[in-house]
Structures are given as structure tokens and as C-alpha cells.
Design a protein around this ligand. Structure first.
Ligand SMILES: [Zn+2]
Length: 302
């Protein structure tokens, strides 16, 4: 799939309706990533094995991965999960990651008829820069929340280390201090219902305060798995994770979530899912496997 700033909506937006709930995945852009994937015992996953299950991986194991912002509407709740990227700044880290933007979130909002004032919640899965750089905007020389009426929701144990010094790209403090100063930051502990069956659930591993989002709407269920999985193959290989992830904790979270997803027959997406962006987690032998769900008009999975 080509990624150009002039791309048609079908190239960067994917929508599914589940009863009263509408989910839209907005592909904000792609970054190049060499994840250095490890197994649970710390040993590297052999490159040929890795390239066998991630066909887009190059000879060093690196791959271009999409970064998605997800919009969830259910009843009066309009939630943005992980606003991804903001306006380019001179000191931004993204050239180093080879970021290629699509028309992005702002264009998607215009197409969907959504204004920033309509957003009721910004749900932050964790504080890695590619998930939070769109949280704020500079207005009249002052950095302010991009969504002026939204509550920004984050696990307390994700923010507290970053508020100290654990903020390698400096983006957590840049954005979250501004949100906090405007009184729009809600720190939560554990699983919290935002409203109308929309839950934020603490599922650590990627980071201490990493969270996923779950919606139960009538007979339907949807899970945004955020960075619990980075690649579809990790659903099958649950002890694989990029270096830096607490794999023991991540495995526990993955096991718990796969059980819930399977029981609910839920539709899922994850933070770096490429087209068609949605899929299901199904039993496969003693474990699980990811199955992409393609709809007419979707791009084919890579
Ligand atoms: Zn991520």
C-alpha cells in the first residue's frame, strides 16, 4: 500500500460498526522499526524465522509499521485512543524513524464531520512518543490540549515515572504537563469504565502502566489491544516481544486478554495494525492465532 499525503480515505481510514458502537482506525503514518525481537528467555528470535512470519521485514529484520489513532463512538462518548503525531517541530524525533505521514487524523476528522470540541475522552495506552505526540497543539504561542473539552485518561503508574525523568524523547513531559496544567488529566489505577460499556484496562508489559481499551455494546465486543501485540505473529508466538518489553508481564497480560477476546468473540485491532486493520484472535492448537478480517473495499493484509 502506498502512503502519500494525498491518499484517498480508503487508504488511511477503516471503519467498523458494532451495534451502537462505531470504531474508526486512522493510519497516521508509518515509521521504520528494527524491533530486535526476543523470546521469553531473552534469546533473539532468529532472523529467518522472523522474516518467515513478517514478510515485509528486510534483511536486518526491520520493517515499516503503521501508527494508528483509533476513534471510538458509543452513545455520548467520543474517544480518541492514542492521538499519534502532532505538527512537525524542528526538534521532533521523527526524521530519525523515517516517518511518512498519511493525510492523517485531522483530514479524517474533517471527512467524518468531527471537530476537536466533540471529543469527550483521549485514552492513552502508554507514553511512547508515537502514541502521544498529537495530544496537544500550540495556540497563541501556548501549548494546550488539542481536544479542549476532553478528559485525558492515563494510568497513574505510567505518568509518574515519566513525570520524574523516564522520558527519553521528552515528549511525555512536553504534552502531559500542558494537559495537566489545563486540568484535563485524569490519572487512573487499574480498570475503569469510561461510560456506555467502554473500559480502559490496565494490561502491563509494554510498560508499567500500559492499557488496552474494550467496548461491550449489546451483543458486540471490540478490543483495541494497543501495544499488547506489535505484529500479528506475536498472537501465535506469545513469548516474542521487542527488546525492552517486560516479557513475563506481557505474556501474563496477553494470556488474560486472549481469553477474554475469545470468550466474547470480539473484533480487535492493535496499535500498529496494517490494513485491513481489524481481525480476530482464535484458538489454534494449544495457543492462539490472529485472523485478519477483510471487508469489501479494504486493502489486503500485508
Ligand atoms: Zn507503539
Amino acid at each position: 500500500m502506498s502512503v502519500e499525503t494525498s491518499g484517498s480515505p480508503a487508504e488511511f481510514i477503516a471503519t467498523r460498526r458494532l451495534g451502537p458502537c462505531t470504531v474508526t482506525v486512522i493510519r497516521e503514518g508509518d515509521i521504520r522499526w528494527e524491533p530486535d525481537v526476543r523470546r521469553g528467555d531473552g534469546s533473539p528470535v532468529p532472523l529467518d524465522l522472523w522474516r518467515g512470519v513478517v514478510p515485509s521485514a528486510d534483511e536486518r529484520g526491520g520493517a515499516s509499521i503503521p501508527c494508528n489513532c483509533v476513534l471510538i463512538r458509543v452513545d455520548d462518548v467520543l474517544a480518541v485512543v492514542d492521538p499519534c503525531f502532532g505538527e512537525a517541530t524542528e526538534d521532533g524525533p521523527w526524521p530519525e524513524y523515517g516517518l511518512q505521514r498519511t493525510a492523517g487524523r485531522e483530514a479524517a476528522f474533517r471527512l467524518l464531520g468531527i471537530a476537536p470540541e466533540h471529543v469527550t475522552h483521549v485514552l492513552l495506552s502508554h507514553l511512547h512518543g508515537d502514541h502521544i505526540d498529537g495530544c496537544t497543539i500550540v495556540r497563541n504561542g501556548e501549548r494546550a490540549p488539542r481536544y479542549p473539552r476532553a478528559r485525558y485518561v492515563l494510568q497513574r503508574q505510567e505518568w509518574e515515572p515519566a513525570r520524574g525523568s523516564d522520558d527519553p524523547l521528552g515528549l511525555a513531559s512536553r504534552h502531559l504537563l500542558a494537559v495537566e496544567a489545563h486540568g484535563q488529566l485524569d490519572l487512573i489505577d487499574g480498570d475503569v469504565e469510561i461510560g456506555s460499556g467502554l473500559w480502559v484496562r490496565h494490561r502491563p508489559g509494554e510498560s508499567r502502566g500500559h492499557a488496552i481499551v474494550e467496548v461491550t455494546a449489546g451483543a458486540h465486543a471490540f478490543f483495541h489491544l494497543t501495544d499488547l501485540f506489535h505484529f500479528a505473529c506475536e498472537v501465535e508466538h506469545q513469548d516474542w516481544a521487542p527488546r525492552g518489553v517486560d516479557i513475563v508481564t506481557a505474556r501474563r497480560s496477553r494470556g488474560l486478554v486472549c481469553k477474554s477476546v475469545e470468550a466474547a468473540h470480539a473484533l480487535c485491532t492493535f496499535g500498529h495494525a496494517g490494513p485491513p486493520c481489524f481481525g480476530h484472535i482464535e484458538r489454534a492448537g494449544n495457543g492462539y492465532a490472529w485472523r485478519w478480517e477483510t471487508m469489501p473495499g479494504d486493502s489486503q493484509p500485508r
